[in-house]
Design a binder for this molecule. Structure first.
Ligand code: SAH
Length: 248
């Protein structure tokens, strides 16, 4: 880094710090990590355990299967991460959780624009409810399915943020035209060869007419979104209505 400001940083609280950087250490995110465009800190929740056995979990109150991450241990881990750093303490504190608000590209863009989040990764049956309230954790889900732990979910979130950081993607424009950025899915992409197993690239894309190409892409993006994601299309249609009655 040439500037004096500290780079965007993700702090991960996990029982398995060895899982990081994992996939975040290769390709786009990995090169950016190596060159200091962002920073990653994986902290072991178990380091905050206080008893002889370094236990971090216990049986659920009220009975039932599995184990629950203890509130006191997790709170101590969060507090240690908050005080042990030079950066600002008002960073978003997230908890990866299937009960959370589904992650969207707009939330990703907000997180990428900030100092970088502290992310708690759950394990077992989840974590004691009281620490969510006491440390004001924002629950974030990556989809309606259940993972065995929050680490992979945290990697998804960090990967999505990192590619939006200044200097990470070669051409900055590639972040503004892709799926979800305009509330639409992305138009189809093609590259050489001109013919593949009898299928050719749409004529318009090789015409050199930029206005026609743009119009074709817009129409394709709209058709795809309407067919595959009626939920997104309904939002788009609502946004369009007050502005104009003409098609565009
Ligand atoms: N018993 C819990 C699931 C626990 S899964 C329930 O029914 O809600 C164990 C951990 O994996 C969770 O604490 C969370 O951190 C992570 N996890 C599982 N599914 C996830 C998802 N869809 N999004 C984000 N995190 C998830």
């Amino acid at each position: 880094m040439t500037c004096s400001e500290s780079p965007w940083r993700a702090t991960i609280l996990t029982l398995f710090p060895d899982m990081f950087p994992g996939p975040l250490g290769v390709s786009l995110a990995g090169k950016a990590l190596a060159s200091g465009l962002w920073a990653l800190e994986a902290r072991d929740i178990r380091a905050s355990a206080t008893d002889r056995h370094r236990s971090v979990d216990d049986t659920p109150a009220g009975g039932g299967p599995g184990m629950v991450l203890r509130a006191d241990v997790l709170a101590a881990a969060i507090d240690a991460a908050d005080t042990g750093q030079s950066g600002p303490n008002d960073r978003p504190r997230l908890l990866m959780s299937p009960r959370g608000r589904p992650l969207t590209q707009s939330r990703v863009a907000e997180l990428a624009a900030g100092p970088g989040p502290l992310i708690v990764c759950g394990r077992f049956e989840g974590i004691d409810e009281r620490v969510i309230a006491a440390r004001e954790l924002e629950e974030v889900s990556i989809g309606d399915y259940v993972l065995s732990g929050g680490e992979v979910a945290a990697m998804v979130l960090v990967d999505a943020c990192v590619r939006l950081l200044p200097g990470v993607m070669g051409k900055h424009a590639s972040g503004t035209e892709e799926s979800f950025s305009e509330g639409l899915l992305e138009y189809p992409q093609y590259t050489r060869p001109q013919e593949f197993e009898g299928r050719t690239i749409p004529e318009i894309l090789v015409s050199g007419d930029h206005a026609k190409v743009a119009a074709w892409r817009q129409a394709e993006a709209e058709a795809l979104t309407r067919a595959r994601r009626p939920d997104l299309w309904a939002i788009k249609a609502r946004q369009k209505r007050p502005k104009s009655t003409t098609d565009g």
